[in-house]
Design a protein around this ligand. Structure first.
Ligand SMILES: NC(=O)c1ccc[n+]([C@@H]2O[C@H](COP(=O)([O-])OP(=O)(O)OC[C@H]3O[C@@H](n4cnc5c(N)ncnc54)[C@H](O)[C@@H]3O)[C@@H](O)[C@H]2O)c1
Length: 334
């Protein structure tokens, strides 16, 4: 049995408690929050789970094997560092940390203490993303040429992080999972309409050494909610529309081919527009798969899908994007 403490019972914490409580070989031992009203709610829903606002009691409690951190991002590094130093396995909410240096330090601590350090990149465990991964790996899409993501709505304007740090970790972690090649540079622009230096609209381009390109559009200022991702191969293309209740993935047998007309010395582009296929996806809660992966990696030593590498690669892009935004879209090497 792996005994877990979950720190932070705000918006996301209850989803983690519910999923870890349902995970085999797992017990939610304690929930920690600074707000007594949130702890009272835990006790009402789960009378058998201990609650405390004394965070230090977690580090010294030998019954607790793993700590799950669902607090605001600026607290992640400090809490995870204390947990790892106390010999606990750690699952951090996304984004992993607020800087690359902090993420690297946590990774080296986890390795030093031989503990699992993982990040809740929930989307990697969805049936839709798993399907996109298998379409790439089976070669059905051909050579993948672009990734284009839009995540916009009338969102809650955060006080501590901009819209990219809030929304793009999901999409960047999906890019990192789907495309094994390493990006070489980023360019980003954004604007703060409340003039507090926290961008509410941002556009991010991630470049690679070959002719693959990724683009992200994130906004808290859109009247409509769009959660859409395009993945273009030179054989087929995929649209992932997360607003669709069931038919989230559409595979388009559509592409263009380029050839050269030697005689007339010009480039010819041929278009192929074929059928659209909607695959049946397994209906499952992604967070449950994520919780299982964390517990399994503690028990067996297996590498989780949302490993610390996934966390670090995501932060690298976000940190470089932040620099690029502040320097009016300068291309920043990774
Ligand atoms: N994986 C996902 O899809 C997903 C979705 C939403 C949020 N998140 C992430 O979850 C984290 C929390 O977000 P949220 O929206 O739940 O925030 P929130 O502000 O609603 O909740 C955070 C909770 O942590 C508590 N807290 C803060 N500092 C603490 C400390 N030092 N010790 C104990 N408790 C403390 C607060 O009292 C609050 O109840 C963030 O990293 C966010 O990005 C992930």
């Amino acid at each position: 049995m792996i005994n877990c403490a979950i720190i932070g019972y705000g918006y996301w914490g209850p989803n983690l408690v519910r999923n870890f409580a349902a995970t085999p070989n797992t017990s939610v031992h304690t929930v920690v929050d600074l707000r007594p009203e949130r702890l009272a709610l835990v006790s009402r829903v789960y009378p058998n789970i201990n609650v405390t606002s004394d965070i230090d009691s977690i580090w010294s409690n030998e019954e607790i094997d793993a700590v799950i951190i669902a607090t605001p991002v600026f607290t992640h590094y400090d809490l995870a560092k204390k947990a790892l130093q106390a010999g606990k396995h750690v699952l951090l909410e996304k984004p992993m940390t607020d800087t690359v240096a902090h993420a690297e330090e946590l990774i080296s601590l986890a390795n030093q203490h031989g503990k699992v350090l993982m990040v809740d990149h929930t989307f990697l465990y969805t049936s839709a993303v798993q399907k996109m991964k298998s379409l790439i790996e089976s070669g059905e899409l051909g050579d993948v040429k672009y990734f284009d993501s839009t995540r916009i709505n009338l969102g809650l304007i955060q006080q501590d992080v901009n819209v990219l740090w809030d929304l793009a970790p999901h999409d960047i972690s999906i890019l990192d999972y789907l495309i094994p090649a390493k990006p070489v540079s980023v360019q980003a622009t954004g604007v703060s309409h409340i003039h507090n230096g926290i961008e509410n609209i941002a556009y991010l381009t991630v470049k690679y050494a070959h002719d693959f390109i990724a683009h992200f559009h994130c906004s808290w200022s859109s009247p409509v909610k769009i959660r859409m991702m395009l993945l273009g191969g030179d054989k087929k293309m995929v649209v992932f529309n997360d607003m669709e209740p069931t038919e989230k993935i559409r595979i388009y047998d559509t592409a263009h081919t380029v050839s050269t007309d030697e005689e007339k010395q010009r480039i010819l582009v041929d278009y192929r527009v074929g059928d659209v296929f909607i695959p049946k996806l397994e209906i499952k809660e992604a967070l449950g798969g994520m919780a299982k992966d964390f517990i399994q990696s503690i028990m067996t030593g297996s590498k989780p899908i949302a490993s610390y590498d996934s966390g670090l690669n995501t932060i690298r892009i976000l940190e470089a994007a932040q620099i690029s935004i502040k320097e009016q879209g300068r291309e920043v090497s990774l």
